[in-house]
Write a protein that binds this ligand. Sequence first.
Ligand SMILES: C[S@@+](CC[C@H](N)C(=O)[O-])C[C@H]1O[C@@H](n2cnc3c(N)ncnc32)[C@H](O)[C@@H]1O
Length: 439
Amino acid sequence: MSRKARRTGGKQQVVSITSIGARGDGLANDEATGQPIFVPFSLPGEVMSVKILQAKAAGSEAQPLELIEASPQRADPTCPHFGLCGGCQLQHWQSDAYTAWKQDRLRACLERAGFSEPNLRPLVQAPERSRRRASLSAEKSRSGALSLGFRARASSQLVDIQSCDILRPRLFDSLPALRLFAHAILAPGGSAKFQICETESGVDLQVLTARGSDAKDMLAVSELVDACDLARLVWNDEPVLTRREPVLRLGEGSATAQVSVPPGAFLQASADIQNAMAAALLEAIGAPIDLAIDLYSGLGSFSLPLLAKARRVHAVEGDDPVLDALENAVKRSQLADRVTIERRDLEAWPLQGKELSRCQALVFDPPRAGAKTQAPQIAAARVPLVVAVSCNPATLQRDLLAFAQAGYRLDWAQGFDQFLWSAHVEAMAVLRLEDAPAA
Ligand SMILES: C[S@@+](CC[C@H](N)C(=O)[O-])C[C@H]1O[C@@H](n2cnc3c(N)ncnc32)[C@H](O)[C@@H]1O
């Protein structure tokens, strides 16, 4: 936001920001209603003139108009699109204060789950420009102008990006060619989504549009593939061109497997954070064990590193293409006697009792909705060491409650900041039964 934004009319008021909320907005108290006012791009202690946009049951959305008193913690954002682009919400906050806020959110989640004074390790931050996957939008106006970038915050408006502090350089450098490609394939008024993912064999692109590809698109496809040295281009669900199989190498030494990445599969957003989380998981396990279970395993970013500590790993996942990719990789690497794979919907049909209690350590990394039915089963089975990984403090708190109630102690927890300058908090919590020895 510029310090003196344009006044656009409507209900205006001056507010004092008291804190930052879960979505990264500043919170002010609406004295008339007692409800919060959400003010994007503001900081605690600031006084602002705002325009109230929309009153909802949970509070009012506001647009900042003028910064009357700035926080001493305010920093100059480095990205010229900050304040408009919806990719980052907190680049205007000094690093120490921003980090402390993420730590406080995690601490509050652990305390509310029943673990008072948690042993919280320092936040691990992803390096700048380390995001290896992103979803970009492209639009061609009726007059033929092309925009490519991210959506503005809470809006359908597209911000055409010329600079980005989060994307890996290889992804960012592919944007000019992607722009030309979008220009060639879109009719005036048309739009597309581009899911880009940097794998170890090159960039994988999935184009999502209302229409399928046809022969007329092939020249644009081959120009894009050459310009960006793409590994693969998938149009909706159809692989249009595969130059090299997009792959990830996971695991260590003789227990390494090369996993093919299916289009649109989940990958941790930053390889640095994936590696840091795998290292923290191995540290939590400590001495070698016989069997580890990896629930919501995805492509095996924990299952394969776990072979450094566990003689056998049982990976469970619900997505067919992802599981097929892991199964094929394990077979190709002659690891099938050490990694067993199970296809299962863990929400509808959670692992229970002896299926769980046979292992010495278990990691679960569910989607944002958490492991509502699975987590209480793990706690009830009294698995001695449980490592919970989560991208959502609200569902992590709910899931951890079952462990606190079953007598687990929280050994330590750590935050992993893989969505820099956003309100997201990725976390790992290491839980042990009171009578189980620490690593
Ligand atoms: C946050 S990702 C974690 C993946 C993996 N641990 C990693 O680090 O790459 C969550 C995974 O859970 C899977 N999943 C989502 N809902 C599921 C369900 N009900 N049952 C089993 N797996 C599910 C998704 O397909 C996805 O691979």
